[in-house]
Design a protein around this ligand. Structure first.
Ligand code: ZN
Length: 411
């Protein structure tokens, strides 16, 4: 991979400069699988070049993890060292940034007792809660970026050899993360500005209703809560650092009014749910609730999603992604939300995102419900964007403004 090396550097540049926007003097924590070390080494170089004080790399060896899940006594599964959790918390408190290198292995846990896995994961989650709160609440600048694993590459390209599928997945990652451009960091700055200007347009117009229609039969309207807010994945940390937590990201999103969805929504791409595919499906909504549904493939899985709890039959997110964008153009299913969620316009069944309401993060559950935000244990995104999708925004005054024409921004 001769010119691959330089693209890996560019990918590391995007991750550090755009994703994290690492500041001079900041400590950087990197959480990564050991097979991603080529990429991590590049990130570490860029990070020190950018003035990092220290870079702490925490590698995970999947096989060691697997052996632990299989063989460790229960008290070992339930144990996470307090000194380590405290150390992370201390670094976050002192202003560290966090990079999570994501490289899923869909087969790793397939033969392990799920109860043992959840026991271990619960212990980790509990021990790291104070540290993770810095990430979840956006107090720290953090970013997640993906690197292929052999197993993930085989899942995306099942008909190719191991080596070929890895090369192909890298090529796709470089493509959809805009690494394959002449000046990736500059390209990203422009891309983030495009997303922000769409956010401004939508917020300034303050639409109270959106109307969708496409030739595949999608035809529905969705009301927006009074205090809804359009956003994109460009956040500002407590320390004032503007960062982009997901590489890649294409979506501009908000929340629907729980009981304000009416009409028919057709899926435009397969939905991969815990390894099961649901394809060519259709949902009919009345006053926010799914009252009828069908699926060419995966009907039973769709049914189990919709019956998860009361809120699972209502929407909790609506997101706009231009049809002409890198992930959409790849026409691939990545089996990975970080990528697939950014493929096209989508909606999510289930939990609404409090961050998309003015003052939402400070509201309790009752207050969120009063603002018509849906509550559920699930949040399942599925794609509805097509090349001919038209979306109009309707203002309180009744004025109608085009938002999408033929699958892309209309303004
Ligand atoms: Zn989304």
């Amino acid at each position: 991979m001769n010119n691959g090396t330089s693209r890996l550097e560019k990918y590391a540049d995007i991750t550090v400069e755009i994703g994290l926007n690492l500041q001079k003097g900041q400590t950087l924590i990197i959480d990564a699988p050991i097979h991603a070390s080529d990429f991590v080494q590049q990130v570490v170089k860029v990070a020190y070049d950018k003035g990092a004080k220290v870079v702490m790399v925490e590698y995970t060896d999947e096989q060691v993890l697997l052996t632990k899940y299989e063989k460790a006594p229960e008290e070992g599964l339930k144990h996470y060292p307090q000194w380590k959790a405290k150390g992370y918390e201390k670094m976050a408190e002192e202003g560290a940034a966090l990079l999570q290198v994501f490289s899923p292995n869909p087969n790793l846990l397939k033969d392990v007792d799920p109860e043992r896995v959840s026991m271990a994961q619960k212990a980790i989650a509990e021990a790291l809660r104070p540290f993770k709160s810095y990430q979840i609440s956006g107090k720290m600048n953090w970013c997640i970026a993906a690197v292929p694993s052999k197993e993930w590459a085989q899942q995306v390209f099942p008909d190719r050899s191991e080596g070929e599928s890895m090369d192909l997945l890298w090529e796709q990652i470089f493509d959809v993360t805009r690494t394959n451009t002449d000046h990736p960091v500059q390209t990203w700055k422009e891309h983030v500005e495009t997303m922000n200007s769409s956010v401004r347009f939508l917020n300034e117009n303050n639409f109270n209703k959106l109307h969708y229609r496409a030739k595949n039969g999608t035809r529905f309207s969705v009301e927006l809560p009074k205090v809804h807010k359009w956003m994109c994945a460009n956040f500002t940390s407590e320390g004032g650092v503007s960062y982009v937590p997901n590489i890649p990201t294409e979506e501009v999103f908000t929340v629907p009014k729980k009981d304000g969805v009416n009409g028919v929504i057709k899926s435009s791409k397969p939905l991969n749910y815990n390894g099961y595919l649901i394809n060519e499906f259709s949902l009919t909504f009345e006053e926010g609730k799914v009252i009828d549904y069908s699926a060419e493939k995966g009907y039973e899985v769709l049914k189990s999603i919709l019956e998860a709890d009361e809120g699972a039959k209502y929407l909790g997110e609506i997101a706009l992604v231009p049809h002409n964008s890198p992930i959409s153009n790849s026409e691939l299913v990545f089996y990975n939300t970080l990528y697939d969620e950014n493929a096209s316009c989508h909606v999510a069944l289930g939990k609404g995102l409090p961050i998309a309401l003015e003052g939402g993060p400070d509201m309790n559950n009752e207050e969120l419900a009063e603002q018509d935000l849906n509550e559920s244990l699930i949040h399942v995104d599925f794609m509805i964007g097509t090349a001919d999708l038209n979306i109009d925004g309707e203002k309180e005054s009744g004025e109608v403004v085009p938002i999408f024409r033929d699958g892309n921004w209309a303004f």
